[in-house]
Design a protein around this ligand. Structure first.
Ligand code: ZN
Length: 483
């Protein structure tokens, strides 16, 4: 009778804090022991020459999101899970979206039903697009206490965006019930105004997407989001920071004690606005919001990561096929940039790109890589230490990572349903060899072997990291009133 279900021998364990040689033993889906001479396992994996990393936690990805006009994203919980596991990610936080004029409950039930097919462990951010009294005073507290402990708001996009008053109501509701608020920061009216001018001037091709939303539009909204969060004393995370001048707004607020965190995504390290200036419709493959900027901005983001201003790298996986009629070309290949769906796929490529550009290129340590991709998102969203680390008692979500393997990214390797990747042909150093989810080998050499439905919903309980600071202007806590 073996002592353990699984023993991983000879690897180099990498956590947010440490790098050391040790064997890792797993029993009943959890890490049971770390050390040497641990005893036998029913299965033994030789990890010689490999890094043993915590499974990736992707705290921002869009999977099977429902569309206001009916239908859903092409990426399903099965195909999205497959891509995640292929790329070394074992936990995702995706979205449940509210449609304007509707409540939250029925849609959330539908997301919960669809997610039962997942092969990764998962939670949701609840998107609020309509801050009605019933949503703010009744549904949000109910949903948060059911374990969905984060709300998402958009300061831009039709028909998603919230005005400042509604945003304040969401912040206050989150403060009352103990949830984190995540924010898409761009100025709705400024984008609308510039877009109208660009279209009036006949500038319609994909590259003008970047022109419609320059960095100042993101910076203004980031400053405003932070200021309003400071007014309410409600912790927030700024999603997908595209450039250092936005990170600077976050750093200034952090320095004065505001609880604000910043996230960025691989596309902002390796894509640029110039990618949208490709012939014909090709540029549409690279359109996402905020817009990728330029090489200098990307290097500035690495600085912000090293300083700790940005401490999470998510994929913002957003599935719009390139050739499919419901994807990027839903409004035709001559559609003005305004009418082309935004977003790029990235679930499977997140870890390889970040490892290659970060660790292999000498910009960050392997420990920082683990912080950005697993430990910090798990902490920030209340999943730690069950997820995001390698320690006795934690879920045995592990990636055996080959740090030296040279790979050319192709869409097929990424195994999502989307028919392209913006990283096609890109050479990377470092690739996942084996992915283990709760002790089960679910990917080996690119073959995903998990069963649909084997992922679990992660109910998130209250946690102290996102408690308010207790500092409100004039000592008057307006969030205590249901207004
Ligand atoms: Zn997103």
């Amino acid at each position: 009778m073996a002592d353990y279900d699984l023993v991983i021998t000879g690897g180099t364990v990498v956590t947010a804090a440490d790098t050391y040689r040790a064997d890792v033993a797993v029993r009943d889906g959890r890490i049971a022991a770390i050390g040497f001479g641990l005893g036998g396992g029913a299965t033994t994996l030789d990890a010689g020459g490999l890094l043993v990393l915590p499974g990736g936690v992707d705290s921002h990805c869009h999977i099977e999101q429902l569309h206001p006009g009916g239908g859903a994203d092409e990426e399903t919980f099965v195909t999205g899970s497959r891509s995640a596991l292929a790329g070394g990610t074992t936990t995702v936080i995706t979205f449940a979206a509210q449609f304007k004029g509707h409540g939250l409950g029925a849609a959330l039930a539908e997301y919960r039903r669809r997610a039962e097919a997942a092969m990764v462990d998962y939670s949701f951010h609840q998107i609020i697009t309509d801050a009605s009294d019933d949503v703010i005073f009744r549904e949000v507290p109910e949903i948060v206490s059911s374990g969905i402990r984060s709300l998402k708001v958009f300061l831009t996009y039709d028909p998603l965006h919230l005005d400042d008053r509604s945003f304040l109501r969401v912040l206050a509701a989150a403060r009352r019930c103990g949830a984190l608020v995540t924010v898409h920061c761009e100025n709705y009216d400024a984008i609308g105004w510039r877009t109208a001018a660009l279209l009036a001037d006949g500038r319609t091709s994909p590259k003008y997407h970047a022109w419609s939303r320059p960095a100042v539009i993101e910076r203004e909204a980031t400053y405003r989001a932070i200021a309003l969060a400071e007014l309410v004393d409600q912790p927030i995370q700024i999603f997908h920071v595209s450039c250092p001048e936005v990170a600077d707004e976050i750093a200034r607020a952090q320095a004065r004690g505001v609880k604000v965190w910043g996230e960025t995504c691989p596309q902002y390290f390796v894509l640029s606005a110039a990618d949208m200036d490709r012939p014909g419709f090709e540029g549409a493959k690279y359109m996402c919001s905020p817009s990728p900027r330029d090489r200098q901005a990307s290097e500035g983001l690495w600085d912000a990561v090293r300083r700790g201003t940005l401490d999470v790298v998510s994929s913002d996986h957003s599935g719009w096929g390139f050739e499919t009629p419901v994807g990027k070309r839903v409004n035709g290949v001559d559609a003005p940039f305004r009418d082309i769906p935004n977003g790029v796929p990235g679930l499977g490529s997140r870890l390889p790109i970040l490892f290659s550009e970060g660790v292999a290129a000498g910009r960050i340590s392997a420990n920082t890589f683990v912080q950005l991709t697993a430990t910090n998102p798990a902490k920030l969203f209340g999943l730690y230490p069950t997820k995001g680390t390698i320690a006795p008692g934690a879920d045995a979500d592990l990636v055996l990572w080959d740090p030296a393997r040279q790979t050319t990214i192709t869409n097929a390797r990424l195994q999502h349903v989307i028919d392209y990747t913006p990283y096609e042909g890109r050479q990377v150093t470092g690739w996942p060899a084996i992915t283990i989810r709760r002790g089960e080998i679910v990917m080996r050499d690119g073959v995903v072997e998990a069963a649909p439905g084997s992922g679990r919903f992660l109910r998130r309980e209250p946690y102290p990291l996102i408690a308010p600071t207790g500092r409100v202007p004039d000592g008057f806590d307006a969030s205590a009133f249901l207004v």
